[in-house]
Design a protein around this ligand. Structure first.
Ligand code: MN
Length: 754
């Protein structure tokens, strides 16, 4: 069907005439809208699609191009979208059904239209495959394209609507499948987007193909009862008309019969017969807004007029004007006792509200200025939808609400290998997913396969991922798991498991200590346990037992000797205090590991400390705790006769003090500020762009200190950094900690020994 040579209608084939007539109708619809006039672009898209689909027929026998043309008309007239959407609708089947590619579309129509056509091509072919995995894959595509551009979904709905309108020409098996899919997916989606009349039509068409007999029955009953209904309505309407006209209102009042599908649904869910449905129809009053009077006031004036005539049912007033429904629906609903003793529902709306109810947010455009730029308007519309979707109606948490939640809020949508859907917060990892399935699966999790690819437990999931969890019976929750669980549930479970295993280990450790006491012929008692754990540097007994069990603390054979050492209670009290106070913000205590560390290495050439008592000695700063001016410190005379300066809270110093009390000197810091001291800060936080440079900038510029070494390790989205630098005194450090802890994404800052 070539169109090279069209000189006049006479020379066109009947098909060609049909096509041209449809295109003209589309242009007419478009010109009647308030969109900017981009007739040329639309014409170009049509001509291109027309020649691309040339010669191809639909199953019904009509030229194929009539389908994209019809979809474009729905997009334009029934949804109110503009040229970008109209062109995309015209081109929506070109990539899938012809030789042309997305690149071709891109070259001819630009990236926006190409992207939409690409999205449409990807989600075509049905949402539900034979297998659940296919379902997951299709969902993924759907979701990904949805989040790119909502127009993909709108055009897809239009495409589906036209296919449903022409479903009769397909084979029954296919009809059945498409109808089910429409009812399950497309109708709720249309509803969600406020496309009320499209939603109703999709439902009715689906119902017609899925339950042809019931559909026919309801249609037949509706026809049979029509005359009676009309008479009822007329009796109802006469006094209302009189009243409203006397008020000088411009309005339209009509009876609106429920759709076949909603009648059937009601019969099903309530288990009632057709004749038992009392609200078969509602009366709709649509008024033209008066200048200078707000719509809400007018709604209530009409309400007042009607309730002057008929008795109201007070429990059935619905004010969707003051508080519109989530999909934008606005109207004032009331139910009154009609003249025949039947309840009648009345829906009062302005013309604008009615348009919105029928067309959804697309209708808003009609009330805007002329020459709308589609993209900016669409952005605004999308923004409105986004806002609504962020405050979901808790009563309507159905399938689609789940989709939209994941699209627009901080949630993702993940599938099990069988295609079941799990909702997780954005940033959730494979381990979170494992715990979402079951605590035992989480606890025994060793890895995961995401989209059939092996990933670590820390792997962040994305919407649409299919996740299979690998477990091992010997697995136990690990402390580092806390770095990459994001959900409260998983964190609590890991925490609980860790604490439990730690308690168990501590109990085992305690048994070992008890044994040791028994072997040494000492009656085990908590007082001595406390002494011993403090001796090894643990303020808490349980930590000491745990360390014993894990082999981190090796108990000396001579417990007796340790316990007998001159250690009065005051000393222990002081030690406890020192450990508590000296800890500072989030600083871990330096570990007391081996005897080698007891005698710190030092550099004799660095006399940092002034002391009163031993002016002629050399001084070094202890490597274990690195005190700086301002710290409470003490000096220890080592075997070489030099003084090693420790923090008073340093566990090593405590041990030295208890064993070699006579070698301890008191020290004071010199007051001169020129000297600089080494200190190390540990910074932990969330690994994010710019956070490291912010840290470095604050330290070097704001504080004018010299960074000697910066060691940053990032893992699983977290980072841990050690910053070694020269400072003047403790005040420098404190100020810096306060300043650094205010940086976004920094979770802890503290001074550490090394
Ligand atoms: Mn199509």
């Amino acid at each position: 069907m070539s169109d090279d040579n069209k000189t006049g209608l006479e020379e066109m084939s009947p098909d060609e005439k049909l096509i041209r007539a449809e295109f003209d109708a589309l242009l007419q619809d478009y010109l009647n809208s308030n969109h900017r006039r981009k007739v040329e672009l639309i014409t170009k898209a049509f001509e291109f699609a027309n020649q691309a689909h040339a010669g191809v027929k639909r199953r019904s026998g009509e030229p194929y191009i009539l389908h994209p043309l019809a979809v474009a008309r729905i997009v334009c007239k029934e949804m109110g979208l503009g040229s970008t959407s109209i062109c995309s609708a015209l081109l929506h089947d070109v990539v899938e059904d012809t030789e042309y590619t997305v690149e071709d579309i891109n070259n001819m129509f630009g990236p926006k239209i190409a992207q939409i056509v690409d999205g449409l091509t990807k989600i075509s072919g049905g949402i539900f495959g034979e297998q659940a995995s296919a379902q997951a894959e299709n969902f993924r595509k759907l979701l990904l394209t949805m989040s790119d551009d909502i127009r993909v979904i709108l055009i897809k709905i239009a495409d589906r609507l036209h296919n449903m309108r022409t479903l009769g020409s397909l084979l029954p098996a296919k009809q059945f499948k498409i109808a089910g899919e429409t009812l399950y997916l497309y109708a709720p989606m249309a509803h969600r987007l406020g496309l009320f009349s499209i939603k109703t039509e999709l439902e009715d068409l689906s119902f017609k193909y899925e339950h042809p007999q019931e559909y026919a029955y309801i249609q037949e009953r509706l026809e049979a009862t029509e005359a009676n209904r009309n008479a009822l309505f007329e009796r109802f309407a006469i006094p209302v008309d009189r009243k409203l006209q006397s008020m000088g209102l411009k309005y339209e009042m009509r009876a609106r019969v429920k759709s076949a599908y909603s009648i059937w649904s009601k019969m099903q869910t309530k288990g009632i017969s057709f004749d038992e449905i009392y609200d078969l129809y509602a009366v709709r009053v649509i008024f033209e807004a008066q200048q200078g009077v707000d719509e809400k006031t007018q709604c209530w004036e009409i309400y007042s007029a009607i309730t002057d005539i008929y008795r109201i049912r007070p429990d059935r007033i619905r004010d969707w004007v003051s508080r519109p429904k989530a999909n934008g629906y606005q109207a004032l609903h009331l139910t009154v006792m009609g003249p025949d003793g039947q309840w009648v529902e009345i829906q009062i709306r302005s013309r604008r509200m009615d348009d919105i109810a029928e067309k959804g947010f697309a209708a808003h455009w009609k009330y805007k200025e002329h020459n709308i730029e589609e993209d900016t308007e669409l952005d605004k519309w999308l923004h409105t939808i986004t806002e609504i979707l962020e405050n979901p109606n808790p009563n309507a948490l159905d399938f689609l609400d789940t989709i939209k939640l994941n699209l627009f809020s901080a949630e993702i949508f993940v599938f099990t290998p069988k295609g079941d859907i799990k909702t997780l917060p954005q940033g959730a990892t494979a381990l979170d997913f494992a715990y979402a399935l079951h605590t035992n699966i989480g606890n025994k999790c060793i890895g995961a396969k995401v989209n059939h690819r092996l990933v670590p437990l820390s792997h962040p999931l994305a919407s649409g991922d299919q996740v299979e969890i690998l477990t091992s019976r010997s697995q136990e929750p690990q402390p580092e798991w806390l770095n990459f669980v994001t959900t409260a549930k998983a964190r609590a479970k890991v925490d609980y498991a860790l604490k439990r295993s730690r308690r168990e280990a501590a109990r085992e450790g305690e048994q070992k200590v008890v044994e040791l006491f028994k072997n040494a012929d000492i009656e085990p008692n908590t007082n001595d346990f406390d002494k011993l754990s403090l001796y090894y540097g643990f303020p808490k007994r349980e930590d000491f037992f745990y360390s014993v069990e894990k082999g981190e603390t090796v108990l000396s054979e001579s417990i007796k000797k340790i316990l007998k050492e001159k250690t009065d209670n005051r000393f222990f009290k002081y030690l406890k205090q020192a450990l508590g106070v000296g800890k500072g913000p989030l600083v871990d205590l330096p570990p007391v590991e081996d005897e080698a560390k007891e005698m710190p290495h030092y550099d004799k050439k660095r006399p940092y400390v002034l002391r009163e008592e031993a002016l002629n000695r050399n001084y070094v700063i202890a490597d274990c705790c690195k005190p700086i001016p301002g710290d409470d410190a003490l000096g220890f005379i080592n075997d070489d006769g030099n003084v090693v300066v420790h923090k008073r809270s340093c566990p090593i110093a405590m041990r030295l003090k208890s064993s070699f009390g006579e070698r301890i000197l008191s020290t004071e810091w010199s007051s001169h500020k020129t000297a600089s001291f080494e200190a190390t800060l540990e910074v932990k936080g969330i690994d994010s762009l710019g956070v490291l440079s912010t840290i470095a900038k604050i330290i070097s510029e704001d504080f004018n200190v010299n960074i000697q070494r910066l060691l940053i390790e990032a893992k699983d989205g977290m980072f841990e950094g050690k910053i070694k630098m020269k400072v003047h005194d403790v005040e420098d450090i404190q100020k810096m900690c306060v300043r650094l802890s205010k940086i976004k994404n920094i979770k802890s800052v503290g001074r550490v020994a090394e």
